[in-house]
Design a protein around this ligand. Sequence first.
Ligand code: AMP
Length: 220
Amino acid sequence: MRLVFLGPPGAGKGTHAQVLSKDLGVLHISTGDMLRDSVKAGTPLGLEAKKNMDDGKLVPDKVVIGLVAERLERPDAHMGFILDGFPRTPEQAKALDEELKMLQMPLDMALDFETSLPMIIRRLSGRRLCPKCNKNYHVHNYPPKKEGMCDVCGSTLVQRPDDRVEAIENRLKIYKEVTEPLIQYYKTSGRLVQLDGDIDVAPLNIILMNLFREKGLCRK
Ligand code: AMP
């Protein structure tokens, strides 16, 4: 199963990818997580990306395209993947198609999580992240077992710098201008499926699993 998740920040892409990748045994490839790891490790790439990320701006295409290509070329990508947060520009979408053609691993579907503005704001303002293992939580919708602490590693959860109001405004503007046109790109090539991103995680997960069965992508 090879999927791309599209949708604005706060659409729940990361949460669904986290749950589905475990249920289906496929990789969860999040460019946001990869970039945050590089920032944490203080690599030259991370240092270059940090300012853009904190301001809610996009990291240059060549940086993210290189990161994703390198990840997809590793042997475990053959078991399938969910790309979460990539592609975000037309250049990235074209580069992804070329890379997957070269690897003979065509994309099965691009899922677009259509989400309303009030829901986006509610989700982003309550979002918390484990800085150590990158697990996402939400103070109301998906709380950790012990308040403020990661279920997996016990680290103190944090709010992402780009979930500040000014950064959210930037991210939504960029999404509208640069990323949203990708919906048409995948529609034109017959690979788009649109879903109601306002629905909660558990019911939407059932809808997704039914969809995958219907398309013959999963036997579970
Ligand atoms: P995310 O966790 O997907 O919301 O990504 C967090 C931040 O990482 C974004 O606001 C961008 O600054 C950067 N980023 C993640 N994915 C991409 C991408 N495909 N292209 C450019 N920048 C990205």
